[in-house]
Design a protein around this ligand. Structure first.
Ligand code: SAM
Length: 290
């Protein structure tokens, strides 16, 4: 049997063999901790009937583990230099597709058809490049892909924001977007020493389990997210002040009454509202023609 890729020695060997140098700008921090990989793979609950989409396979530390557990793996990697390395380390595995490209520009529905047509369910499992975490998560959530779950390594602060409850400094537009579509669960905190090279921040693995229906029912999704963004435009401002940028300053009084009518005190801040309150508020604003 081959040795696991996710050890400091094997990772250094592969890098040396191929003369690879890390690009910080691509968020290249490779996992060299088998215990963390065990936790990621366990959280993804894979089996041979399931597919796994990996974003940023690097030199394949996670990819080989996914290939062992899932029926089919597609791994999208942006760095041209890593493609031959991945083909080398994945040699002999017939259930792995290495896809060269930028995940943000990848036609994911087409990739689904090509790679996962025979899979009962598909999860995204990845150690994400931190410079593009939010756009990647938003793309996965908003494209309406038939996803069972997203299990990802992200910066610890970002994981805390995704899982945050109303009322604290971590709760914001990312929390609401994630929780609208998914149920978040923090899997584990990961120290920087689990990577080569070690990043400057702590990391965390988070599981986002896709809900069968959004957490709240809204008449107009776009309007809902517009209201949420407006409510957080300036964190220190009251809801009434932030929303009057949306409604027009001349409608500030009316807005106060509308908020009261929804059972929401106008002097509250955006960070204190639940998703349910945002849903009620959005419908009332639409009703009032804001
Ligand atoms: N999965 C590997 C591991 O755990 O050791 C590598 C993880 S590393 C944090 C992130 C990977 O994402 C790098 O291989 C990097 O080249 C790749 N990457 C960066 N931006 C990307 C993008 N826009 N699309 C696809 N891959 C990207």
């Amino acid at each position: 049997a081959r040795a696991d890729i996710a050890t400091p020695n094997r990772t250094k060997d592969i890098i040396r063999k191929h003369g690879f140098t890390f690009k910080k700008s691509l968020g290249q921090n490779f996992l060299v901790d088998k215990n963390i990989l065990d936790k990621i793979v366990a959280a993804a609950e894979l089996n041979p009937a399931k597919g796994a989409l990996e974003i940023g396979p690097g030199i394949g530390a996670l990819t080989e583990r996914l290939a062992d557990e899932a029926g089919r793996v597609a791994a999208v990697e942006i760095d041209t230099r890593l493609i031959p390395i991945l083909r080398d380390v994945m040699e002999g595995r017939d259930n792995v597709a290495i896809v060269h490209g930028d995940v943000l520009k990848t036609d994911l529905p087409a990739l689904w058809e090509e790679q996962f047509a025979a899979c009962e369910q598909v999860s995204v499992v990845a150690n994400l490049p931190y410079y593009v975490t939010t756009p990647i998560i938003m793309k996965l959530l908003e494209e309406g892909l038939p996803l069972e779950s997203i299990v990802v390594m992200v910066q610890k602060e970002v994981a805390e924001r995704m899982a945050a409850a109303p009322g604290g400094k971590d709760y914001g537009t990312l929390s609401i977007a994630v929780q609208y579509y998914c149920e978040p669960r923090l899997v584990c905190i990961v120290p920087s020493g689990s990577f080569i090279p070690a990043p400057n921040v702590d990391s965390a693995v988070i599981k986002l389990k896709r809900r069968p229906e959004p957490a709240v029912i809204v008449r107009d999704e776009a309007a809902f997210f517009k209201v949420v963004h407006a409510a957080f435009a300036q964190r220190r401002k009251t809801l009434q002040n932030n929303l009057s940028l949306l409604a027009g300053k001349d409608r500030k009084q009316e807005l106060g009454a509308l908020l009261e009518g929804c059972g929401i005190k106008p002097e509250r801040r955006g960070e204190t509202l639940t998703l349910q309150e945002y849903a009620v508020l959005t419908d009332a604003l639409l009703e009032a023609g804001v």
